[in-house]
Write a protein that binds this ligand. Structure first.
Ligand code: AMP
Ligand code: MG
Length: 486
């Protein structure tokens, strides 16, 4: 039923703790991602909700599962914590999917593990629904991400500030190996551990690097390139991760850990939603800098494995950090050129993009609506929808004149619009809508959840039946804080 092949379980014993999921009282299936299950080659009867609820709550284990909790460390808000690890997540095993890609299947909220510290090992329904929605939305947007396979309610309460309904989330990832996983071994002076992990990661995520010279430097470069590209994609859709701790950054280049994440409504580079991020460390505009900071932490763990003298190793690792900045800048520029519909590369592009963003910030223009309206304008729609978002009309007109000169090059309006709307989403999982879904879910109504998932299925199309998902929140609907997934 699950064709497990558990490579992580074959790594040295101190990489993880074998841990069984705890039984829950009354598992009930909320949602099952049958399309993803098919992609993974799982043979499951989507009609047999009782069986699915048992499997995806941890009450029943499929044959061949080798449940374990992974060890890791991490810098949390800049402070190093040597002992984190899966405190409420259990990897049940790995499968090789239909395309030959190895994928982890993990239950989140499945009970305590040796890494739980004082935590209860549980997850509340709200954060489970949020992660389900946002991770699948990221996938539909075409951004590398972990996926949602199932959500199950447990019939048990979890104690937070108040008792909340409990749930288990089943996550699928290329792997759950984080920068913090490398830090776990490095912090213990266990260079053999770092090396075994690095070899595993190269074989699993960067097979093209097997046998190259200075392979661990190449690995660092590979992670840098993927993280830089990933964060550039986040920026292009207004995504704020919210907790870019080093234990929440994968080495595969997938987005992971959708805790207090959110999408921008009005454009503001300083925007923070997370209730625990009081100093704005993980604000929207800080994300590339933090990505580079995190990569420096990975580089430190790999230094002893790099070729040449210690001095040479430091020089080489620093060069990778510079490369990260360059790749990010290139990818960001390419992403925003496409959003503005600039068909070629020219010297003034950065200024043109930044001038628009500055005006959007000043006018508090909705990020998603503004780019979508610009796409409409490029296709010959009236200006009103776009210009109405801005407060300084003469300045905007000056910008529009410059933009028209560039965006008009060699394409019909219809072609221009099609190209722009293919990168400017109409539907994003807006915070106020997620809150609505969660609130309904807390009273047992999952219809808004299903409707929102349907709306997010084709994010680059503004379908009339999902018109309600296109609009920014009214002042009274605005959600300014999101709470951590714990
Ligand atoms: P996160 O904020 O989800 O990235 O988690 C940070 C760390 O806290 C990880 O080591 C988690 O496993 C752990 N953790 C979070 N919530 C819980 C919980 N309810 N019980 C036990 N450990 C938890
Ligand atoms: Mg985490």
């Amino acid at each position: 039923m699950f064709a497990f092949d558990n490579s992580y379980a074959r790594l040295p014993a101190h990489f993880f703790e074998p841990t069984m999921p705890a039984d829950v009282a009354a598992p009930r299936l909320i949602r099952f991602n049958a399309a993803l299950a098919a992609e993974l080659g799982l043979t499951l009867d989507a009609e047999d909700e009782e069986r699915l609820a048992a499997l995806f709550s941890g009450n029943a284990l499929p044959d061949g599962a080798e449940p374990l909790a992974m060890a890791y460390s991490g810098h949390q808000f800049g402070q190093f914590n040597p002992q984190l690890g899966d405190g409420r997540a259990i990897l049940i095993g790995e499968v090789v999917d239909r395309e030959g890609r190895r994928r982890d299947i993990q239950l989140k909220g499945a009970g305590q593990t040796p890494f739980s510290r004082r935590g209860d090992g549980r997850a509340a329904l709200g954060p489970v629904l949020r992660e389900y929605i946002v991770s699948e939305a990221m996938f539909r947007l075409g951004i590398p991400t972990t996926r949602a396979l199932a959500a199950v309610s447990t019939g048990e309460a979890v104690m937070r500030e108040t008792p909340l309904p409990g749930a288990v989330f089943t996550r699928v990832a290329a792997s759950h190996i984080r920068i913090g996983t490398f830090q776990f071994f490095a912090a213990r002076g266990d260079n053999d551990g770092v090396k075994a992990l690095a070899d595993h990661v190269i074989a699993r995520h960067y097979p093209e690097l097997q046998g190259v010279s200075n392979p661990y430097l190449a690995l660092l470069n590979g992670v840098a390139a993927r993280q830089a590209a990933l964060i550039a994609r986040w920026m292009s859709v207004g995504f704020i991760h919210g907790v870019m701790n080093t234990d929440n950054m994968t080495v595969s280049g997938e987005t992971i850990d959708f805790g207090p994440c959110a999408f921008l409504d009005e454009y503001d580079p300083k925007k923070v939603f997370s209730s625990i991020d009081r100093r704005g460390r993980y604000a929207y505009g800080n994300q590339p800098g933090i990505g580079q900071w995190n990569l420096a932490r990975l580089a430190e763990t790999l230094l002893p494995l790099l070729d040449g003298s210690e001095e040479q190793a430091v020089t080489d690792a620093n060069a990778v950090l510079v490369t990260f900045g360059r790749i990010f800048q290139e990818q960001w520029l390419a992403g925003f050129r496409a959003k503005l519909g600039l068909p070629s590369e020219q010297d003034g592009d950065l200024e043109l993009i930044n001038d628009l963003l500055a005006q959007m910030a000043e006018s508090q223009a909705d990020f998603t609506v503004a780019f979508r309206a610009l796409g409409g304008l490029a296709g010959g729609r009236g200006e009103g929808e776009f210009t109405a978002l801005f407060t300084d009309r003469p300045r905007l007109d000056d910008w529009l004149a410059r933009w028209r000169e560039r965006a008009g090059e060699g394409r019909t309006p219809a072609e221009r619009q099609a190209a722009m709307q293919a990168v400017n989403p109409a539907v994003i999982p807006r915070n106020h809508r997620i809150e609505e879904v969660i609130e309904a879910g807390l009273s047992g109504d999952f219809e808004p959840f299903d409707r929102m998932m349907a709306a997010l299925d084709k994010p680059y199309e503004a379908l009339p039946e999902f018109a309600a998902y296109l609009v920014p929140p009214k002042p009274e609907e605005r959600v300014s804080l999101t709470f951590c997934g714990t």
